[in-house]
Design a binder for this molecule. Sequence first.
Ligand code: PHE
Length: 452
Amino acid sequence: MATQPVTQRDSFTSKIGIIAAVAGSAVGLGNIWKFPYITGVFGGGAFVLVYLICIALIGLPVMLSEFIIGRKAQRNAVGSFKKLAPGTLWFMPGIMGLVAAFMILAFYGVVAGWTLEYLLKSVLNAFAGKNPADLEGMFGGFISQVTKPIIWQCVFMGLTGWIVLAGIKGGIERASKLLMPILLMIIIILDIRAITLPGAAEGLAFLFKPDFSKLSAEGMLSALGHAFFSLSLGMGTLITYSSYMGKRENLATTAVQVTVADTVIALLAGIAIFPAVFAFGIEPGAGPGLVFITLPNVFQQMPGGYFFCLLFFLLLAVAALTSSISILEVVVAYFVEELKLGRRAATIMATVAITIAGIPCSLSMGVMSNVQFMGKTFFDWLDFIAANILLPLGGLLIVAFVGWYLGREKTETEVTNEGELKAGYLPLFMFLAKFVAPVVIAIVFLHGLGLF
Ligand code: PHE
């Protein structure tokens, strides 16, 4: 009897908890670097409120939709749509997801490279005795260099490619199951230090007291885009991951757990950062350097700061790695299953191409900072197009696919594991998937682009 070809991705989650893999993908730089920085740029509390609403009304239904599609079809992001809706154009969101994955990983690799440099700096105790202005200068000096950030980016992308290639994701995910709770603990310790700094109250008010006069249309679109980015939604990552899920997994429970964990970690990161931002007189809208400038200040004000700082950047790099492998996996799974490339060739090609695309992102922080179009650098554009355009549109099509194309019956079969589980939430989910999520995404999207 001929043996069935075993797809290599199979080995990934069968051995480990799917929650660790999905949470590993969700929790990353999005929570700890991007959320605080864009919250600062878009004015604080009102942005956070819109973000939380987007998570609950849109993020959660989209996540469940991706789980339904992936587990039902058991294919990559494009192949899943082709299998469930043959002969239609429904594979388009899969293609958009591939493009988004490519763009996101290009700049993600750059920022992850920064965390490696900061890890080295913490080992060398380079922050000792530095005041906030020194640390700001240190960050600006580093990212504006030509070679060093690119070298770190290459190191990080090499690690990502190597893990995807060597198929040791199981090991990484298992390790991250152990490491992420430690990261969470460090963030909580940071929170305690930050909120007991003199002047901390102002930072908490910035984060939690909505001032709607500060909320722009672009801010709302960014809150929506970030809900997708942070939960790894809208580009097929979770379709790809859930294609490895067992038929007995409770999809809805997994979606809720991951969403709650991801959101709590983002908020805790905000609580660590904004009180310190105000206490040290740092500009909340300082941009992508916010975390890198603020946290070394906080660590210096803590007993054992050297140790915590080192551990923090180490774990942040690991968190970034468990996200970056999930992004690369989208592209590799597509190359392997749809284009029939070998896994090795696919991984090397994708990693090299994405790394090259990341180089101008890195240079955007220095020599290319003046190369702008409509006030945005190359880095900003990749982030904007991927997170604020492709992910929301992809998300819209994904929920609409489940709500309108698959419909209630097939959805019910999938979420109840063919009748084994109860799904009292189903009418609510169908309502959100058919109407609320698509309409809200469309409105915020058109409004954010100034078309509505
Ligand atoms: N969710 C990841 C983070 O927050 C980034 C990511 C985006 C991963 C999209 C996969 C897909 O860092």
